[in-house]
Design a protein around this ligand. Sequence first.
Ligand SMILES: Cc1cc2nc3c(=O)[nH]c(=O)nc-3n(C[C@H](O)[C@H](O)[C@H](O)COP(=O)(O)OP(=O)(O)OC[C@H]3O[C@@H](n4cnc5c(N)ncnc54)[C@H](O)[C@@H]3O)c2cc1C
Length: 456
Amino acid sequence: MVIGAAGYLYRPHNLEQINDVLGLARTTGVPVVARGSGCSYGDAAIMPEGVVLDFSKMRGVLALDPVSGIVDVEPGVTVEQLWRHTLADGWWPPVVTGTMEPSLGGCLAMNVHGKNNWVRGTMGDHCLELDLLTPERGLRTISREVEPELFHAVIGGFGQLGLITRTRMQLKRVRSGLIEGKAVAAPDLSSLLQRLDDAKDDWEYVVGWLDAFPRGGKLGRGQLHFARHLEADEDPDPKTSLDPAKQDLPGTIFGVVPKALVWRMMKPFTNNLGMRAINLAKYLHGSTLADGAVYRQSLAAFSFLLDYIPNWKNTYLPGGLIQHQSFVPVADAERVFRTQLEICRRYQMPSYLGVLKRHRPDDFLLTHAVDGFSLALDFPVIKARRAELWAMIRELAEPVVAAGGRFYPAKDAALPGELYRASFRNGELEAFAALKREVDPNGLLQSALATRLLES
Ligand SMILES: Cc1cc2nc3c(=O)[nH]c(=O)nc-3n(C[C@H](O)[C@H](O)[C@H](O)COP(=O)(O)OP(=O)(O)OC[C@H]3O[C@@H](n4cnc5c(N)ncnc54)[C@H](O)[C@@H]3O)c2cc1C
């Protein structure tokens, strides 16, 4: 979505400068909002009339132990910088996002998940400790052992309880820079969910693509991708595949079309008719030629599919796009997702891209994960239908709350605050508010997202 707010921008290089900004906020009352790479879809890293503390000048990898795979990084270090720094030593981030641009600070603040959430949990599960600068209590190192309550609330606490100024992460050992993947078609929603579930214990990565256009018996049809890391003895040349330079995404698509041109070529298809055709073609290919296909790919090519098409979001201009990602317990997932797809049909606003993942619960206070599935739906924002789109997102969210599900705020700029709040039933928001009063009693850390979701 095209969204913005007028404010001030500051790019600190060190802790002292961050402290200066907090000092200024204390004396002037101007709120501060942290920003990593600005990859959240919407209002997470902006605050009207506030100071945006942009961590893009704090991108140092401070230390890597090549034996244990423990790494210390500054908050602005991106997922890309991290793996480029560690892969040659056989270490890969255990959890990565669909793009390699996000910063580690932003990833922990949203507690991001990958295609292996069922197996590895979230990014926060691999954080050993972090340095947190809070307005009231200064700098402290917190972990599962030291101030565990604060640690579990800061991760996934969208920057409201303090500024992460350093993090220590445990990386994952890999013996090859390649994955082996398998593509499997599913003719309807029920089989898509079932096959995803059946595969979750046998593969490191499982993800489903869903064609949101068909109705009736074909509703929710799609394709699944399963993948696992290759072992050293399966890779003919692990030294080469672990070389970060060999992971680079190709500069062309199909060996011919320069990547930079692709979004322009996609633009004429970014409408209901064009997207129906693209989804149909993808399904037909996936259910015939590609069904059961086994393939090998570099880790980067498999993990960061969206980086293949630079500026892909431009295809959605001028209105931009929004995404709604809901997490629903296993027992209700099929019913709720079916209902959501039917709501989209009623509004005549089909999702242009649908992605399914399998999740497991975790112990972070404001976690979005449940023992269930998530469905992420992308929608174009068309000015004349914006109010309807927002009304539709509300309708999509209602059955999720009723089923005991959750939402992922990093990607959802349209979720009404009362539905977000209703998804927490066990005092989590009260506990979060109590911590906020303790570490930031004057509310110096704010964001447009926190205002929308937390303030009634
Ligand atoms: C193409 C694409 C694919 C994506 N795929 C996935 C995916 O597969 N899984 C997933 O979970 N997410 C995914 N995301 C979402 C993205 O990973 C999250 O929004 C992530 O938080 C972005 O990190 P960032 O550095 O850009 O943070 P920003 O968007 O800049 O900020 C996010 C939040 O973190 C806070 N913050 C940032 N830095 C700090 C800090 N140092 N201390 C305290 N708070 C801080 C901000 O205040 C804000 O609340 C995707 C996003 C895109 C654009």
